[in-house]
Structure formats: structure tokens, C-alpha cells
Design a protein around this ligand. Structure first.
Ligand code: ZN
Length: 172
């Protein structure tokens, strides 16, 4: 028989539950998609500018579409994308490598990896510091959103990273 009082166990349980909740707590943030109607360009910014902004290149007032995100979810998915891309880089070093990725080229992998790094940098700006990713058993499908997978790479784009969802008329 255990000599530990039930009350103590219950407190420990509650603490563990609280810690678990904190571990899985979302961080709310916003990404803004910017569309220049003159240049037809689309880019995102993590900086909120309530008074609007102009396209640096041409001076035209840009159209803005704000997207609410869970910073931790975005960060976790981006980290996983980077791990996948790292794996693909390694595969390109295998002699006789003839997977579809070889055709697409290493340059594309590098661009994708740079885009992931940049995205995570922006997410850290939003969070105001480092971000702890969700645990390994966290499933991005739990977000219940329209995830886009770039085949054959397996890189996953959340809704916030699919500008065509926010500016469907632009035809990205
Ligand atoms: Zn412009």
C-alpha cells in the first residue's frame, strides 16, 4: 500500500496537467500579406502598420490582408520542413541519385530552406524571442486547416503561407 496521501497525488497531477497545457498552448499572432496592384507582387510582413504602407519599389499603396496564426504551430511546421529539406540535401549527395528532386535541382532546395529560415526569423519577431516548438507527437492535422504539401518534397504550407487563399484574384 502506498503511504502517499491522495491529496498530494492530486496536486502533482494538477501541476503536471498545467505544465502540459502550457507546453501545448498556442501563441496568437498575425502575418500580413501585401499585394501591390501596380507591380502585381505579393509578399508577407510580420510588422503591423495600422495606417497602411506603400510598396518601396513603386510608391503605390498596397492592399493588405491580415491572417491570424498560431505562431507555435507555424514554427513547428517550419522546423519540420527544414528537417525534411536537410534530409533531401543529404540524399542529393548519394551517388547515382535519380529521384525527382534531382531534376528540380539543389538550388530550389536551397531557396526553400532559406524561405523556412526567413519565416522562422519573422515568427520570432512576432513572439518577441525564441519559440518552443510543439512536442514531436503534435500533429499538424489537428489544426483543421487547408494544408498544402509540396510534392515530392513533403514541405507543408499552412494557410498563412498560401497567398492565393488571401488574394485569390491575383493568381499566384
Ligand atoms: Zn509596386
Amino acid at each position: 500500500m502506498s503511504s502517499t496521501p491522495a491529496k498530494v497525488i492530486s496536486l502533482a497531477d494538477r501541476r503536471a496537467k498545467k505544465e502540459d497545457e502550457a507546453r501545448n498552448a498556442p501563441i496568437t499572432g498575425w502575418i500580413t500579406w501585401l499585394h501591390c496592384p501596380k507591380c502585381k507582387t505579393l509578399e508577407y510582413s510580420e510588422v503591423e502598420m495600422p495606417d497602411g504602407r506603400v510598396h518601396k519599389k513603386c510608391g503605390t499603396l498596397v492592399e493588405e490582408e491580415e491572417v491570424q496564426i498560431d505562431v507555435r504551430a507555424e514554427y513547428t511546421i517550419s522546423l519540420r520542413n527544414s528537417l525534411r529539406l536537410d534530409e533531401l540535401f543529404k540524399q542529393t549527395k548519394i551517388p547515382g541519385f535519380l529521384k525527382p528532386i534531382a531534376k528540380k535541382g539543389i538550388g530550389m532546395l536551397e531557396n526553400l530552406q532559406a524561405a523556412e529560415d526567413e519565416y522562422r526569423k519573422r515568427l520570432k519577431n512576432i513572439a518577441g524571442g525564441s519559440i518552443e516548438p510543439y512536442p514531436n507527437d503534435w500533429d499538424e492535422k489537428s489544426l483543421g486547416m487547408e494544408l498544402k504539401t509540396l510534392d515530392p518534397l513533403g514541405v507543408i504550407l499552412t494557410e498563412a503561407r498560401q497567398p492565393n487563399l488571401h488574394f485569390p484574384e491575383v493568381g499566384y
